[in-house]
Design a protein around this ligand. Structure first.
Ligand code: FE2
Length: 476
């Protein structure tokens, strides 16, 4: 098994890492990341890479030094897993007994294995996944505080793992999915620091689509409902052991883009060709030749086969197929034809500078996939498709996180904007951080790239090989 998918049990606290090169002295925050790191149960390996137990990883920067802490989230899933059982319904690994399976219909026992990302929600740092269960932690020591709940009754057994933060309006916008006799999407806002979400719109749907992230513009929340959908009755069907088993691909449906007006909750829907995606990159509105339009950039796949390709029986091949196309969709406001154009091929885990959220922008940072021997990093100029690539032999890079040099002292690490002068000029003035695995040495290092040139400024070696993580945030 590739060391990217091998269980790591060692936990390290506040260890100073050996640094090659020079870490910029202005870098004085911390990169906190999340991802699966433990893949075994008493019954064997979990079925799907997404079901590994959440491990938080922290890289603290001060005076050119890098200090490293990694720690499993202490959750119910962690306790039951180390006791040798899968007691909760996870992404691709389910309870094995029929009673448990029926008991987990619509997932009242949904997992608290929050292994996807981290964010500041309702005034706390939390780990998030696609179930509504979020887990609060201490961002310094990575100690688990416990489950954090919202103080509202917004329905939904499933959520988009990614919230979109709008710093100007001091709120986050997110999505829940309710499966039932009457299923629906619920787009909500969460004012910064509040524990109570407010529903912006409820969109009824017979078979909800898998939605991992949404787009956000100043006016709209954009929900791309791809044709990978679940009939809620299917959760009871034989052979449906886990969440993902209930979903089916039906390309004939096309993709329905719901444009939710953030002010009044009205919903417009335009339909385009079928595709699958996990991640939006950015979104904004503008006046196009045919009138007002919403632009949504995302990483698209031809279909949803990537989901099952990341199951463990084929994950090493699957990671090679988990290679999407950075694509720009133009959605006409008031109706019309959805159009798209490719910007870059072979990318995953896209990010932008926090300053360009909801604005026309120039640079996307992403993992460069599609090369069976390694994954690199790429900076894509979305205005002309030109690329700058970092790669090294036998090195596997994870999600790149851009950190602007400009002081954004009031930014808490969400997708906020720092309000600094010319926002686009700051898009690549800073560094890109990524955790890279050197397969030959079986050790990982934190890579610091100059965001402008993509030249390596420094690397800080970890004491072990860190399994591939999903997402992280830079906390100031
Ligand atoms: Fe994600």
């Amino acid at each position: 098994m590739h060391p990217w998918f091998r269980t790591l049990t060692e936990e390290v606290r506040d260890r100073r890492l050996d640094v090659e090169g020079t870490v910029p002295a202005w870098l004085d925050g911390a990169l906190v990341r999340n991802g699966p790191a433990h893949f075994e149960t008493a019954a064997g390996r979990v079925n799907h890479w997404f079901d590994g137990l959440a491990m938080l990883r922290r890289f603290g920067f001060a005076d050119g030094e890098v200090r490293y802490t990694n720690r499993f989230l202490r959750t119910a899933a962690y306790r039951s897993r180390v006791n040798g059982d899968v007691a909760t319904t996870e992404f691709g690994t389910g309870p094995t007994s029929l009673l448990r399976r029926v008991g987990s219909l619509l997932m009242p026992t949904a997992t608290d294995n929050a292994n996807v990302t981290v964010a500041r929600v309702a005034g706390r740092h939390v780990a998030l996944t696609e179930t509504p269960r979020m887990v609060a932690f201490d961002p310094e020591r990575l100690v688990t505080f416990g489950e954090r709940t919202f103080d509202d009754d917004l329905p939904g057994q499933w959520t988009a793992a990614h919230l979109e933060r709008d710093r100007e309006r001091a709120e986050q916008v997110g999505l829940t999915l309710r499966f039932g006799r009457e299923s629906s999407y619920h787009v909500y806002r969460l004012p910064d620091g509040a524990r109570s979400r407010t529903e912006i719109a409820r969109i009824p749907v017979a078979e909800p689509a898998y939605v991992h992230s949404i787009g956000l513009t100043d006016r709209y929340a954009v929900v791309p409902a791809v044709p990978f959908t679940a009939d809620p009755r299917r959760f009871l069907s034989p052979g449906v052991e886990s969440f993902v088993d209930a979903f089916r691909w039906d390309g004939d449906r096309g993709t329905r883009f719901h444009l939710v007006d953030r002010a009044d909750g009205s919903v417009e829907t335009v339909t385009g060709p079928p595709f699958f995606f996990f991640h939006t990159v950015n979104a904004f509105e503008r006046d196009g030749a045919a009138g007002r339009e919403v632009v949504v950039d995302l990483v698209a796949f031809a279909d949803a086969s990537v989901v099952r390709a990341l199951a463990f029986d084929r994950v090493e091949q699957g990671i090679r197929r988990a290679t999407g196309e950075l694509r720009r969709y133009r959605l006409p406001v008031g109706g019309g034809r959805v159009t798209s154009r490719p910007i870059a091929d072979d990318v995953a885990l896209p990010r932008t500078a926090p300053t360009v959220r909801r604005r026309p922008y120039r640079y996307a940072y992403a993992q460069r996939t599609g090369d069976g021997a390694a994954t690199g990093l790429v900076k894509v100029d979305v205005t002309d498709g030109s690329e700058t690539v970092w790669r090294e032999h036998d090195c596997f890079a994870g999600e790149p996180v851009f950190v602007p040099r400009a002081d954004a002292s009031d930014d808490d690490g969400g997708d906020g904007r720092d309000g600094a002068g010319d926002e686009r000029a700051t898009e690549d003035d800073g560094v890109v951080l990524s955790v890279v695995l050197n397969r030959d040495r079986e050790r990982s290092f934190l890579l610091v790239l100059d965001a402008r040139t993509f030249g390596a400024e420094a690397r800080a070696w970890l004491p072990h090989a860190l399994p591939l993580g999903f997402h992280g945030e830079y906390l100031r």
